[in-house]
Ligand binder design. Structure first.
Ligand code: HXC
Length: 262
């Protein structure tokens, strides 16, 4: 398959590898057009279905993860055309269907839809050059892919209101302080850091990684009691898996585990 708006590659040395997706519309600072989002969705689902892939890294360029939804194609829309075409819905939700971990590796601008896409990743590793913002208000609109909902959950109500209402950008240090990103590294180490995290995840039992992702998302989205109850059931269920036996036997025998389910 050839893509025009993204670059796709399989990397890693272990028996399970990492699916690397790079947003690639450099002249538009990776503005997220419909064709790009279609391609991204296809690439994500293909990696998710590939047993040789343990997790996915989504990144942009040094200058921009993504500077937002594509403004020239949004500009002419009316309410009716936006509503009827489902502007920002179909191909923006695909990433949420992916069951394997998706790491966002962000350098440069992550603005508007770019910040929203980064927040749909399971966690974000940022370069020290990263800048996050929801500047939609400057265009006379509001976020349309979860920005008003995910940002307050990630950084507190006060910071989210500040960013959404003033359109100011947050730098990488502030984003880490606020909890929007999990780590900040020098820009030239961004990819090695993200791929090393992916490699670590690739070494674990696949069902464990998928369940952790599902359950953390439940914690983030739903009532606490439901999340804890579902967690307990799956915790019990994993005692029926040979990877549990192997993981614990290996610990007790002081050797490295060799997980079977990938
Ligand atoms: C299309 C974009 C773009 C975008 C930048 N470009 N952002 N094209 N859609 N979102 C283009 C510019 O038009 C320009 O093209 C080229 O990329 C380089 O940008 P410059 O502005 O020349 O660069 P710079 O001066 O460094 O400024 C960078 C910037 C600025 C601060 C990121 O480009 C900017 O403010 N962009 C818009 C950011 C934004 O408002 N995002 C939210 C979009 S709304 P030319 O051809 O002139 O060289 C949104 C709604 C989400 O995302 C709804 C749900 C998904």
């Amino acid at each position: 398959v050839t893509f025009e708006n993204i670059l796709v590659e399989i990397v890693g040395s272990g028996d399970r590898k990492t699916g690397l997706i790079r947003l690639n519309r450099p002249k538009q600072l990776n503005a997220l057009s419909d064709p790009l989002m279609d391609e991204l969705g296809r690439a994500l689902l293909a990696f998710d279905a590939d047993d040789g892939i343990g997790c996915i890294v989504l990144t942009g360029s040094e200058r921009a993860f993504a500077a937002g939804a594509d403004i020239p194609t949004m500009a002419p829309h009316t309410f009716m055309s936006a509503f009827k075409s489902g502007l920002i819905s179909k191909n923006w939700e695909t990433i949420l269907q992916v069951r394997k971990p998706v790491i966002g590796a962000v350098a440069g601008f992550a603005l508007g839809g770019g910040c929203e896409l980064a927040m749909m990743c399971d966690f974000i590793i940022a370069a020290d050059t990263a800048r996050f913002g929801q500047p939609e208000i400057k265009l006379g609109i509001i976020p349309g892919a979860g920005g008003t909902q995910r940002l307050p959950r990630a950084v507190s109500k006060s910071k989210a209101m500040d960013m959404l209402l003033t359109a100011r950008m947050m730098d990488a240090a502030e984003a880490e302080r606020a909890g929007l990103v999990s780590r900040v590294v020098p820009a030239d180490q961004l990819m090695s850091e993200a791929l090393a995290a992916a490699e670590t995840i690739n070494g674990f039992s696949g069902p464990s990684t998928m369940l952790i992702k599902e359950l953390v998302n439940l914690a983030y989205q739903g009532p606490l009691t439901d999340g804890v109850a579902v967690e307990r059931r799956y915790f019990h269920a994993l005692f029926g898996s040979d990877d549990q036996r192997e993981g614990m036997d290996a610990f007790l025998a002081k050797r490295a585990p060799s997980f079977k389910h990938r």
